[in-house]
Design a protein. Sequence first.
Lengths: 219, 211
Amino acid sequence: MKVRFPESADEAVADVADGSTVLVGGFGPAGMPYALIDALIRQGATDLTIVNNNAGNADTGLAALLAEGRVRKVICSFPRQHDSWVFDGLYREGRIELELVPQGNLAERMRAAGAGIGAFFCPTGVGTPLAEGKETREIDGRTYVLEYPIHGDVALIGAHRADRAGNLVYRKTARNFGPVMATAADLVVAEVREVVEIGAIDPEVVVTPGIFVDRVVVS
Amino acid sequence: MSGSARTVDEIAAAVAADIPEGSFVNLGIGQPTKVAEHLTADSGVVLHTENGMLGMGPLAAKGHEDWDLTNAGKQAVTELPGAAYFHHADSFAMMRGGHLDVCVLGAFQVSVTGDLANWHTGAPDAIPAVGGAMDLAIGAKQVFVMMTLFAKDGSPKLVTECTYPLTGLACVTRLYTDLATFDLGPRGAHLVETFGTTPAELAERLGLDLV
């Protein structure tokens, strides 16, 4: 469907349902869609599963959503950071579930979801606790672990610029998970710094084509 | 043997000296980042950061940080001429697909056959975090580890079999420590060089046969 440009971040996330799996872009603060997360906090959806590389920094963004008690489960690679006190507290009190995923699997499982791949065999984690109980297979003499896709009901991502066709470009390492998450959710909402007219982004440099993007808000 | 135990800087310099010219290299968070300070411009080494960049430069100067440009430790960094940005699936394809020449990691324990334990102490109250460590361990063509050879309590960190949860099996190729450098492989730990100790002393302290 053609991309829409809601008036506000609140309007862009108004229909996120309780119990949704929400893919949230960003690697630490770089690429984090802060305005969309703040709008999700105001919107009130609860019992959420959040997929992000981390589990919130300091007291803003994802950490604020966690602090509101709205997140049932976090799927991430690296929850423990010097400023992850909100997650740390909830986890130690048993008030939040954690699925720890090696970072490459996190990216590839979403890539698989976005590309229609049913599952894949991967060498990461073989012989480690993170592969316990998972199916393995030897292929050409190497052992691989079976990994399943991570699909989102919603993706909230940060990008640098959009055009009116919903094509996105990112800036430097703030790109990180954005392009992968944009392929892997039913509803994809991008927060950008500016929206430009069609033709103002060279088609050769588009990173996320507009087909993957449902809504764009400027922040 | 050489006269005294190596400092972290000396270990980092030794690692840097062993990285072949023109390599694509990932430096893990913490001590391995010091290796960058010892890479010369004419080495042609290109640094990869897991969050989507090749051609990473030094840390940004205070007051000149660009928070769209950070490293795996979320510090503001800089870009060098010829740099490239890419998304996370491509970044980890570079690791998992065997395109990176070398990665340098820290460790809690390494086994004589190259098993690596560096992500979790296994303590029941510890919050586990793995990041890209497992992908790097199995993906890079060569995995170098730098660490102290003994823990603060005096126990060896080079062991017959790791007791901490594993990061990867048979993946570490070279181990650089304050007291010695080792080559690791299916035949066990081969002592390359010692610092401030002798091979005989070291074998006894470690309780290992060094091949």
